[in-house]
Design a protein around this ligand. Structure first.
Ligand code: UDP
Length: 330
């Protein structure tokens, strides 16, 4: 299939591009490169454009003859979404509505969308299944939930076949070592801990150690980015008109912040000094996926199930690319 990967120069999107190509699909990347990296896109596959410019989308769909879209482009920092919700609603919700309209105009009905565990807010049960109430507690999660609702409506009314894939914590790097995680600024736990191992930070700050968890630190479900990418390809291949899949993507195993730091110590051999700081606003104590539905509907199994395996893959990338992609200089 010819697939337009919107946000394909970003972290998860660039891994999806590799997975699509490995599965025999033809992937094109549409990205404004605000957060994405030119170097993450295979040569000759980048169409630079903006979701907020409808004509950019229409011409990308025409030029590529896309039969399907994978949509990763979004602003995704929870704290920033609280202080600047207007940007989040505009980029995430308005931008996606432009995309849906461009697809509708061109008769493209297949869409795989990156949603998030943040749509669940502070769930009362763990692990979380897809039937848990979606009550997001910050604007980021609310924008993603608004898009899920729009997809449901487009599916019913216009025949779109959609998959909203609710990720837990994406982590790790591609097996080739060519692409990996590179955010600016970096806010995610594993890359930050590995920056300490690289000598780029003095210590790791643990955001709170008095949560109601066994070691007092937050528990998350770290799903390897290649496992995520694989699930996207499988979801794409199963889309049916007038139907919407809503699936959690996680490993089903939770690791605390301290367990992740310990795994990083084992992998890097660095003592990784830690300091306990205040809690970060909006961090629920535990987010672990029940992904039984994705496993059965997509015939999918995450290959990386230990914190150590995920960290090893991330460490290979960060060691080989201590400053990430080399595309930050003007
Ligand atoms: N975290 C931390 N120190 C950091 C960054 C993150 O203690 O410097 C914690 C954070 O509070 C959360 C977990 O690590 O419990 C994962 O955070 P991350 O930002 O990687 O992903 P999120 O869960 O916010 O999507």
């Amino acid at each position: 299939m010819k697939v337009l990967v919107v946000g394909g120069a970003g972290y998860v999107g660039s891994h999806a591009v590799r997975a699509l190509e490995a599965a025999g699909h033809e992937a094109w990347v549409f990205d404004n490169l605000f957060q994405g990296h030119r170097a993450a896109v295979p040569k000759g596959k980048l169409i630079q454009g903006d979701l907020l410019q409808p004509s950019d989308l229409t011409s990308a769909l025409e030029r590529t003859g896309a039969e399907a879209v994978m949509h990763f482009a979004a602003l995704s920092l929870v704290g920033e979404s609280v202080t600047d919700p207007a940007r989040y609603y505009e980029n995430n919700v308005v931008g996606t509505l432009h995309l849906l309209e461009a697809m509708r105009a061109k008769g493209v009905w297949r869409l795989v969308f990156s949603s998030t565990a943040a749509t669940y807010g502070e769930p009362e049960t763990s692990p979380i299944s897809e039937d848990a109430p979606q009550l997001p507690i910050n604007p980021y999660g609310r924008t993603k939930l608004a898009i899920e609702h729009a997809l449901q409506s487009y599916s019913t009314a216009y025949g779109f076949g959609c998959a909203a894939l609710r990720y837990f914590n994406a982590a790790g790097a591609h097996a080739s070592g060519e692409i990996g995680e590179d955010h600016s600024p970096e806010t995610h736990l594993i890359p930050i801990v590995l920056q300490v191992a690289l000598g780029q930070r003095e210590h790791i700050t643990i955001f709170g150690d008095d949560y109601p968890t066994p070691d007092g630190t937050c528990i998350r479900d770290y799903i390897h980015v290649d496992d995520l990418a694989d699930a996207h390809v499988r979801a794409l291949e199963q889309l049916q008109p007038h139907a919407m899949l809503q699936l959690n993507l996680g490993t089903g195993h939770g690791f605390s912040v301290r367990q992740v730091i310990d795994a990083c110590r084992q992998v890097t051999g660095h003592p990784l000094p830690e300091v306990v700081g205040p809690k970060r606003a909006g961090d629920p104590p535990e987010l672990v996926a029940n992904s039984a539905r994705a496993q059965s509907l997509l015939d999918w199994q995450p290959e990386f199930t230990t914190a150590r395996a995920v960290v090893e893959s991330a460490w290979r990338w960060h060691q080989a690319h201590p400053h990430g992609f080399d595309d930050r200089s003007p």
